[in-house]
Structures are given as structure tokens and as C-alpha cells.
Design a protein around this ligand. Structure first.
Ligand code: SAH
Length: 356
């Protein structure tokens, strides 16, 4: 095959990554400076092959339960930010959460993800109790928490209660870029410290970033990849930025699907065994976003199993998909769509013990 200069340079960088060699920042910057379509032409098949070698033509399902839309933080991109007076707030009760887990368990789900804003009413004791109860009632399930930044003592309580995994996207590793996306009360260093704590405590730890957030550049993406390379997260969440009403970024342009796919592929090549979802945000921007994500190297889908009445209120960005294929009611159609690309659901817990 013939490749032009740029393609062969990109290919040789990706092959280095594939063979387990770490890249320098300048090399990641070179990958990130390429047009996403050019990078994808090389990276997507490589990443898809790697995912199929690890997981077969299978995707893991996680039941996502959005437990609270209250948040004390004021992240500039997020529709749930404290100062968004238009945001609708709700909080699920312990019984509502357990009821959703039961429904999900009967359908075959073996991972439940409890996600929420940084809600002060969700005390450590309360969260730990819910986790313990889920682990007690539903044999063999994994519990993932995604409740933002907490101190080490809180994270340890969650771990002791039986939580297996924790998702906390770093959002951007570049400190100036981080400061542009977050209020002054938050910092890149605090976020990174949380991720290291989670790792040390033995959580399967998820980092990740939005693609196309205001101020993101090839250089900040190179910083993200350098950080991921050092952290070695077991999970990486990568989705496009989508503007949310009532936030300072409501009129900013949305992130690119192509670029999101290129990041999924590069991260897959870096971490052949990591759990990487085709995110709801990707599916929100592109009707074929899930399939494209899977073909680009993703291996996880996270259907929403929150109570239907509350779903629209967890509005982190506008027009967030929460029905049909993004929800558990769409499970049959989801299976058909996977079958159409010759994939099936893997009903296992889908742990990752080492991403590479
Ligand atoms: N409070 C939790 C959960 C946040 S919601 C936490 O801090 O981890 C989960 C993810 O949604 C965030 O990490 C962020 O990357 C993403 N998100 C928030 N607002 C978004 C937006 N406007 N567009 C795309 N993704 C967004």
C-alpha cells in the first residue's frame, strides 16, 4: 500500500504506541495536529482491530443511574452547575436506586453506575449504605461511582463498602485550560490528586475528557494524552462537548464527532484492555455515534436506567439523549443495531485489571 508522508508518519507513531513505547509530548502533538479525518483513516481500523483482539466483537453494558442533579460546583460547561437557575433538581431515594438496580439486574446488567452532581446531601454514610445494599442484594455485580471530587477518607469508605470503580474525568490536563472551564474553587491539581488517590485505593479508575471544549487545542489534547499515558486509567470516557442552556458556554460551538472518534482510537491503541465507552454525548450528536464509537475502538455502552420521570432533568447538556437506544427500554433495538455491525452484548461484569 502507498501512504503519503503525513499518513506514514502518523502510522509510525501509532505503531510505536501499539508496541507499548511511550510517546513524547511533541509526538502526541503531531498526532493531534493532524486533520481528524486523516488520523482516523489510519487509527480507526488499527484501534478497532485491537479492541476485537481483546474483547471479541462484544460490548459490555453498564446500567447508568443518575442519582442527583444537585451540584455545589459551577463548571462553566455543565447544565447542572449551581448557578444555573433553570436547572431542574431531583435526588433519588435509596429505594428508587435499588428498584432501578433490580429492574436492570433482571435484564442481565451486571454493572451499575451511580452518577450525580456534587450533592452535599449525598453523605458518605448514605452512599456507602446504598453501595453495600446493592452488592448484598445483587450477587456478582460491579458498582461504579461517579460523584465527583471527595477526600481520601470518603473514597476509602466507598471502597470499603464494596464499590469497584470510580469515574472522574480529568476534563483537561492543561492547568490554564482547566481554569477556563471551571470556577476558581476548582483546580487541575486537585482533580489529578483525586485520580491518584482513587488509583491507590484500588478502584478501577476512569479519567477522560470532553472533545472540543472552549479553548481546547492540539497542544492541550497532547497534554491529556501525556497524562493518560502516566496515569494508566482502567477506563477512559471521551465525548464531544455539547453546549448547555443557562451556562456561560451556551453559544459555544459543539465538539466534532470525527475528532472524538480519533481520540477514542488513539486511547484504544495506547490501552488495549481499557474499558472505553461510546458515550451518550457521541450518540446525541450522531445517530450512528454508538456504532462509530465501537468501530473506532470503544467496547462499552451505558444505557440509562434512571427513573423515566427524572431523566430529562439530568440535563448536563442540551438535547441529551435519554430514551430509545440510550435507555434500557431500547435494549432490544440496541441489540439489533449491534447485530447489524456483527457485534453482540457481553453480559459479563467486564472488569479491567490492567489497561495495557
Ligand atoms: N459530578 C460528576 C459527574 C459529572 S457528569 C463528576 O464531576 O464527575 C459526567 C461528565 O459529563 C463530566 O465529567 C463531563 O465530562 C461531561 N459533561 C458535562 N457537561 C458537558 C457538556 N456540556 N457537554 C459534554 N459533556 C459534558
Amino acid at each position: 500500500m502507498f501512504f503519503n508522508g503525513e499518513e506514514s508518519r502518523l502510522r509510525s507513531l501509532l505503531e510505536k504506541l501499539d508496541s507499548g513505547v511511550k510517546l513524547y509530548r511533541e509526538e502526541f502533538a503531531c498526532l493531534m495536529s493532524a486533520e481528524p479525518s486523516v488520523l482516523n483513516a489510519v487509527a480507526s481500523d488499527m484501534a478497532g482491530d485491537i479492541a476485537r483482539r481483546t474483547f471479541g466483537r462484544r460490548v459490555f453494558l453498564r446500567g447508568l443511574i443518575e442519582i442527583s442533579s444537585f451540584c455545589k460546583n459551577d463548571c462553566l460547561y455543565c447544565g447542572l452547575r449551581a448557578s444555573n437557575k433553570d436547572a431542574q433538581r431531583y435526588r433519588l431515594s435509596r429505594e428508587e436506586i435499588l428498584e432501578r438496580c433490580e429492574a436492570g439486574y433482571e435484564l442481565g446488567l451486571r454493572t451499575f453506575v451511580l452518577q450525580g452532581g456534587e450533592d452535599l446531601a449525598l453523605t458518605d454514610e448514605w452512599v456507602a449504605d446504598v453501595v453495600r445494599e446493592i452488592k448484598k442484594r445483587f450477587a456478582g455485580v460491579a458498582v461504579t461511582l461517579s460523584l465527583g471530587e471527595r477526600d481520601k477518607v470518603s473514597y476509602r469508605r466507598f471502597k470499603d463498602a464494596g464499590a469497584d470503580r470510580y469515574l472522574l474525568r480529568h476534563e483537561t490536563y492543561n492547568a490554564e485550560h482547566y481554569a477556563r472551564l471551571h470556577p476558581q474553587t476548582m483546580s487541575r491539581d486537585a482533580r489529578v490528586a483525586c485520580l491518584h488517590t482513587l488509583k491507590r485505593l484500588g478502584f478501577q479508575t476512569g479519567a477522560g475528557m470532553m472533545i472540543g471544549s472552549p479553548g481546547q487545542t492540539p497542544a492541550t489534547l497532547a497534554d491529556d494524552l501525556m497524562f493518560l499515558q502516566e496515569l494508566r486509567p482502567e477506563m477512559v470516557g471521551i465525548g464531544p462537548f455539547i453546549p448547555a442552556h443557562g451556562t456561560p458556554f451556551e453559544h459555544e460551538p459543539k465538539g466534532s464527532v470525527e475528532r472524538t472518534l480519533s481520540l477514542i482510537s488513539v486511547v484504544r491503541i495506547m490501552f488495549p484492555r481499557a474499558n472505553i465507552p461510546a458515550t451518550t454525548a457521541l450518540a446525541t450528536l450522531d445517530a450512528k455515534g454508538r456504532e462509530k464509537g465501537i468501530m473506532a475502538g470503544a467496547n462499552v455502552l451505558m444505557p440509562n436506567i434512571s427513573p423515566k420521570e427524572q431523566r430529562a432533568k439530568y440535563s448536563i447538556y442540551d438535547n441529551k439523549a435519554n430514551t430509545g437506544l440510550e435507555s434500557i427500554e431500547g435494549l432490544e433495538e440496541l441489540k439489533e443495531r449491534l447485530a447489524a455491525i456483527d457485534y453482540t452484548v457481553d453480559w459479563g461484569r467486564g472488569d479491567c485489571l490492567d489497561p495495557r
